[in-house]
Design a protein around this ligand. Structure first.
Ligand code: FAD
Length: 289
C-alpha cells in the first residue's frame, strides 16, 4: 500500500516536490470490504457496462466513460446523497474479463446476475519529486522515477495506462544518467541519514485525507487538515506528505484535473502552471530530517 515514503524521504532531504495537489481518483473500485479495494477496469464500461443508483436507474446520461475526475465526482455525489452506486455489467461477456469476474465472485457478487457495488478510490498521484529530463531531483545525486517522480508528463490528470510506460522509459534514462556520471561525482554525493518514522497513525491520517483532501476540497477543509496534520508530520512520513499536499491544494485556488475545489469550481487560465513545494516552505514548524 502506498504511503508516500519515497516522497517524504526526498522532501526531508530538501528536494523540491511538484504538482503534489493533483491526485487521481478512480471511480470504480469494487466496494466489497477489501482494503485495498480491487479495481473494476474502465474496459467494462467500454463493453457497455453502465453506472446505476440504488434503484437501478442509470444516472450518467451516457457519460459513463467521461474523464475519471468527472465520473468520480458524480459517483461521490451519489454517496454524499445517501445512495449506493453499482456498475451494471450483466450484459457484458464474462469471458472477456475473467480476472474481474473471478474477483467479484470470490467476494460474493456474480456480475452476470448482479450489479457490482463500486465507489471511488485514490488511484494515482500525478505529483511527486520534481525531476529534470534525466530523472535527477533538485538534490544533487538524488534520482527518482516512476510514480514517485513528477516529470510533468501527466499534467494534472493522467490518462489511463501511461504510468507504466513512463516508469519504464524514465527508469531506463535514470539508470543511464547515473551510469554516465564520473565515479567521483557519485562519491561526492552526501549520504542521507533520516530518522525512523512511525506508521502507527496511518488510519488517522487516512481519515483526515478522506474527509478533507479527497475528491472535493475547500479552503475550510484543507485548513482543518493542515491543523490536524502539522503535529503528526514531525514523526510520520505519511502525515508530512499529506500536509504538503494539503498546503499545495490550498495554494491552487482553482479546479483543474485531479483537484476540485468547491470554493473555486472553475479552471483559472492564470494558474496553468506547476506549483513547486519544498519543506522549507512549511510555516511555523521545523521538520526534522
Ligand atoms: C489498481 C491499479 C491499477 C493500475 N493499472 C494501471 C495500468 O493498467 N496501466 C498503467 O500504466 N498504470 C496502472 N496503474 C498505475 C501503476 O501501477 C503505478 O503508477 C506503477 O506501478 C508505479 O510503479 P513504481 O515502480 O513507481 O511504484 P510501485 O509499483 O508502487 O513500487 C514501489 C515499491 O517500493 C516499495 N516500497 C515502498 N516503501 C518502501 C520503503 N520505505 N522501503 C523500501 N521499499 C519501499 C513498495 O513495496 C513497492 O514495491 C495502476 C495502479 C493501481 C493502483
Amino acid at each position: 500500500t502506498a504511503t508516500g515514503a519515497g516522497l517524504a524521504l526526498a522532501a526531508r532531504a530538501g528536494a523540491d516536490l511538484r504538482d503534489i495537489e493533483f491526485m487521481q481518483f478512480h471511480p470504480t473500485a469494487f466496494a466489497c470490504g477489501l482494503d485495498p479495494m480491487p479495481l473494476i477496469s474502465e474496459a467494462l464500461r467500454g463493453e457497455g457496462a453502465v453506472f446505476v443508483d440504488s434503484s437501478g436507474n442509470p444516472f450518467m446520461n451516457g457519460g459513463d466513460l467521461a474523464a475519471r475526475d468527472i465520473v468520480a465526482r458524480a459517483v461521490a455525489a451519489k454517496y454524499a446523497a445517501g445512495e449506493q452506486v453499482f456498475l451494471d455489467a450483466r450484459h457484458v461477456a464474462a469471458d472477456k474479463f475473467p480476472s474481474i469476474f473471478a474477483v467479484c465472485r470470490d467476494n460474493g457478487i456474480d456480475p452476470v446476475t448482479q450489479p457490482i457495488p463500486v465507489r471511488p478510490a485514490a488511484h494515482y498521484h500525478m505529483g511527486g519529486i520534481a525531476v529534470d529530463a534525466h530523472s535527477e531531483s533538485s538534490v544533487h545525486g538524488l534520482f527518482a522515477c516512476g510514480e514517485a517522480a513528477a516529470t510533468g508528463l501527466h499534467g494534472a490528470n493522467r490518462l489511463a495506462s501511461n504510468s507504466l510506460l513512463e516508469a519504464m522509459v524514465t527508469g531506463r534514462d535514470a539508470a543511464a544518467a547515473i551510469a554516465s556520471r564520473h565515479p567521483r561525482l557519485l562519491a561526492d554525493t552526501p549520504v542521507l541519514t533520516l530518522q525512523r518514522q512511525t506508521t502507527d497513525n496511518l488510519p488517522e491520517i487516512r481519515n483526515i485525507c478522506s474527509e478533507n483532501l479527497g475528491i472535493l476540497r475547500s479552503a475550510e477543509g484543507l485548513s482543518r487538515a493542515i491543523a490536524r496534520l502539522t503535529p503528526l508530520a514531525q514523526t510520520s512520513n505519511a502525515a508530512l506528505l499529506a500536509l504538503l499536499m494539503a498546503q499545495a491544494a490550498l495554494r491552487r485556488t482553482e479546479s483543474r484535473g485531479g483537484q476540485f475545489r468547491t470554493d473555486y469550481p472553475l479552471t483559472n487560465p492564470a494558474l496553468a502552471h506547476a506549483l513547486t513545494t519544498n519543506i522549507r516552505d512549511l510555516p511555523a514548524m521545523k521538520i526534522a530530517a
